[in-house]
Design a protein around this ligand. Structure first.
Ligand SMILES: [Zn+2]
Length: 282
């Protein structure tokens, strides 16, 4: 490695008081963590790597409380670390659009239900879910592909239009139920295939199997891991879920991949984590 200022080779010495190296010739500082989520953090990098390991390998998702305990930091530090890692994962996934064909549906996510009561309660947050699948005409089978999820104010036309635009490859085939708002997909340039679930005499999970399995697994994940889910940050939990789901066939590489996502992510000030909900949440 050569100095970025005087170009002399291998003349850096380690600075003990901060995460930096200094050129022995021109005294210029080099900050290896600049431009990553690790810059300016007071938490040791070893703790960060452990946190990334936990996030990458715990299929059920790790809570701030568990993480604090596992890596020996306080709850607030663990919370902020988790959210920075989740953001890095989300930013990575946002680079991809789902390939055609896709199933799309909406669901409600909220506090665990009491007394088996389900449905459209006021304490629940609407979420749009899209999932790609692969047709295998020979075997007459379909395989689940990649998933995207978005918190929305309501699953109406505008939310669906914007979600599809951001998440699905333009012109894709999109299968949904026959609810009115999804008709916006046709005018948005998608090949829309509405399925009249109500009048078909068949169950929604048979007609829209991929998105329904995905939603049901998501609900299990959220109830099992995040008791008393912080609704303002639901999008980040969804992003983490999708990131892990989309790489379920690459589990051994997950640590490297999450670490890489973190290295490509600029530092995030703590205050912006606190007020953070997705820009798409209207
Ligand atoms: Zn130098």
């Amino acid at each position: 490695m050569s100095c970025h200022r005087c170009s002399k080779k291998a003349f850096y010495k380690r600075i003990n008081t901060r995460r930096a190296y200094q050129c022995r010739h021109c005294k210029a500082f080099a900050y290896p963590t600049a431009g990553t989520i690790f810059h300016r953090t007071r938490t040791p990098l070893k703790a960060w790597f452990l946190a990334i390991f936990c996030v990458a390998f715990d299929k059920r998702g790790v809570s701030a409380l568990q993480l604090a305990d596992q890596i020996g930091v306080d709850y607030n530090t663990a919370w902020a670390m988790l959210h920075r890692i989740r953001r890095a994962m989300a930013t990575r996934d946002a680079q991809y659009h789902l390939p055609s064909p896709v199933e799309m549906d909406d669901t409600l996510i909220g506090a665990p239900t009491v007394g088996g009561k389900r449905g459209r309660g006021t304490d629940k947050t609407p979420v749009l879910v899209a999932i790609s699948f692969v047709l295998n005409p020979a075997a007459k089978e379909e395989y689940t592909g990649f998933a995207k999820m978005q918190v929305v104010a309501s699953p109406g036309r505008e939310s669906i239009r914007e979600f599809a635009r951001q998440c699905v490859t333009p012109g894709s085939h999109v299968r949904t139920d026959a609810n009115f708002p999804y008709r916006v997909l046709t005018e948005s340039g998608f090949v829309h295939q509405p399925i009249d679930v109500k009048n078909s005499g068949r169950k929604a999970h048979v007609l829209l199997p991929h998105v329904h399995t995905c939603i049901s697994n998501l609900k299990t994940f959220i109830q099992g891991t995040y008791h008393g889910l912080d609704d303002g940050h639901l999008q980040h939990y969804l992003d983490e879920y999708c990131y892990r789901f989309n790489r379920r066939k690459h589990r051994p590489e997950l640590f490297d991949r999450v670490l890489l996502a973190c290295l490509e992510m600029p530092e995030t000030p703590f205050y912006s984590l606190r007020k953070a909900t997705s820009a798409l949440t209207q």
